[in-house]
Design a protein around this ligand. Structure first.
Ligand code: ZN
Length: 125
């Protein structure tokens, strides 16, 4: 069963630029990059993600070379639209975005498959 969990931390690996989220377990010291297994020291913000709470927490890759989640730049490249149009799409209220980074001027990401489905509904509506 998947459950929405708050208070996960978002990390970006300095080595391979994998972007991932992790539920921190009490007493846990090191976070290992799921992409290259290097220790990632500093989180870049808080986020909300879906975890299977039956299992031991493990990192969830948010983005790497084959991206699961897209930011405005990715959408700009993927759809061949301007960056400002991509930002406008992400700002739409019904767009299924994930906010990470919170108050420090966080970023908006959207899950690729959910975004494409959402975009289809825009076209027809
Ligand atoms: Zn890495």
């Amino acid at each position: 069963m998947d459950t929405r969990v708050r208070g996960v931390l978002i990390f970006e690996c300095n080595y391979c630029k994998t972007f991932f989220s992790m539920v921190m377990v009490q007493g846990q010291k090191n976070v290992y990059c799921p992409g290259c297994s290097q220790i990632v020291k500093n989180s870049i913000g808080d986020g909300v993600t879906t975890y299977n709470i039956q299992k031991t927490p493990e990192p969830i890759v948010i983005s790497n070379q084959d991206k699961l989640y897209l930011n405005a730049t990715d959408i700009h490249k993927l759809l061949g639209i301007s960056k400002s149009t991509a930002y406008e799409l992400l700002r739409q209220k019904d767009c299924p975005t994930l906010n990470v980074g919170g108050e420090k001027g966080g970023r908006k990401l959207v899950k690729k498959d959910e975004f494409l489905i959402w975009l289809e509904t825009k076209k027809h509506g």
